[in-house]
Structures are given as structure tokens and as C-alpha cells.
Write a protein that binds this ligand. Structure first.
Ligand SMILES: [Zn+2]
Length: 222
């Protein structure tokens, strides 16, 4: 229902870039929205374990790439015979396509032989027939949309954008608080829609007025 809702809103609201959601949205849901051209910004599901992705061979070197925490990481051996998955820098996020979309991370893999640029699909899981025979994610058994996110959790962009989700929650709490005993004062879908519209207009007007005034200075509390 949420996926259908997001796609409906995107169709009706040009400029809507996607959705912020909690961990309940998994690969299969992100796939549908990403194919439609939208972004899904959420946290990885807790049980998501790192997966081997590929061994990248460039010239004389090999880089062992894994999918971990929603992005590509390189397995780096340490002196004590253990290894660590070090996230690979993402140079940019790309969207390609016209009616159905594909998303990519352009990676800049650090290396003593010079940085390797490498493009990796993210956000959608390719199906049989969408790639040369035997190469689709479906045939390879790799759930790409589950393991590689458009905007992975531990990135600056995620940290800047994701908090708007809690902002939505506080908006909902304020709607509840603005009504006596948290009860709706209107009967029927149309009247309730009008009430919600009025509330949202009032919220947006207040936000706009505050924004134009400049952010208020927060006084430290004892
Ligand atoms: Zn290299």
C-alpha cells in the first residue's frame, strides 16, 4: 500500500523525488519506487549481512568488493590476519532511463596504482531478460535492491535528509495535539480531507514565516 501511495503521489506531484521511510521498506519495495524514478531513503534492515559482490581486476591489481551497509566496501586485509570492510567513496549517484529508470553509484576506488572509477548498479534488482542471458541479478541470485541503496545510511547525504522523517512524525503529533482529546472534529472523508488540508496549510505558513525571519536562536537550558 505504501509503495502504491508513493507512486501515486509522484505521478500527481511533479518534482516529488521519492520517499523517506523507516526500515520496513525492503529491497522489493525500493525496487518498485526506484524503477519508477524515485528515491527511497531509509535505514537498512537489521538482519542485513555483508555479501561478496565481485573481484575487480584492473591491470596488475585485484580489489575484493563486498556489499555492506547498503554500499560497496573493499575487503582490506590487516596485519593481524583479519580483514575489514572499508566503504568505497561514492563520486556520484546517477539516474538513467526514460520511462523505467536504473540507478548507479560511480565509485572512486582508492589504489596505489591510481584511483579506479567503477560504475555499480544500485536500488533495483534486474530481472531475467533485462541483461544479457545469465547476467541479471535474478539469475545470479543477488538481491541488489536489498543490498545496495541509492543513498546509503552512513553517508553525509543520508544524515542530512533522513531527519525529515522525524519531522513528519512531529507534524502528525502536532495534528493530534491540535484536536481536542486527539479526536477528529469532522465526519466523512471529504470533511476530514478539508481539515487535514487546513492543518497542513497552517503548518507550512508558520514554517515559511519562521524561515523568512531567520532561524530562532536556541537558548541553552539548565
Ligand atoms: Zn588497483
Amino acid at each position: 500500500m505504501a509503495v502504491e501511495g508513493v507512486i501515486d503521489i509522484m505521478a500527481a506531484a511533479p518534482g516529488c523525488m521519492g520517499t523517506l521511510y523507516d526500515g520496513a521498506m525492503r529491497g522489493v519495495h525500493r525496487d518498485a519506487i526506484a524503477r519508477y524514478g524515485g528515491l527511497v531513503i531509509n535505514k537498512q534492515h537489521k538482519g542485513n549481512e555483508p555479501q561478496f559482490y565481485e573481484s575487480l581486476r584492473r591491470g596488475r591489481c585485484t580489489h575484493e568488493l563486498w556489499a555492506a551497509s547498503g554500499r560497496i566496501a573493499e575487503k582490506v586485509p590487516l596485519v593481524d590476519a583479519t580483514a575489514e570492510l572499508v566503504p568505497v567513496p561514492i563520486k556520484r549517484l546517477e539516474r538513467r532511463g526514460v520511462r523505467t529508470f536504473r540507478w548507479y553509484h560511480v565509485l572512486a576506488i582508492p589504489c596505489r596504482h591510481g584511483v579506479h572509477e567503477h560504475r555499480v548498479g544500485v536500488g533495483t534488482t534486474s530481472r531475467k531478460g533485462e541483461r544479457p542471458p545469465g547476467e541479471s541479478d535474478e539469475e545470479c541470485g543477488f538481491h541488489r535492491a536489498e543490498h545496495l541503496q541509492q543513498i546509503p545510511e552512513f553517508t553525509r547525504t543520508h544524515q542530512l535528509v533522513y531527519p525529515y522523517r522525524s519531522d513528519a512524525e512531529s507534524g502528525h503529533a502536532q495534528l493530534d495535539a491540535s484536536l481536542w482529546n486527539g479526536r477528529l472534529i469532522s465526519y466523512g472523508v471529504e470533511a476530514q480531507q478539508l481539515l487535514t488540508l487546513g492543518f497542513v496549510l497552517a503548518q507550512n505558513s508558520t514554517s515559511r514565516a519562521l524561515h523568512e525571519e531567520g532561524a530562532p536562536t536556541l537558548r541553552p537550558t539548565a
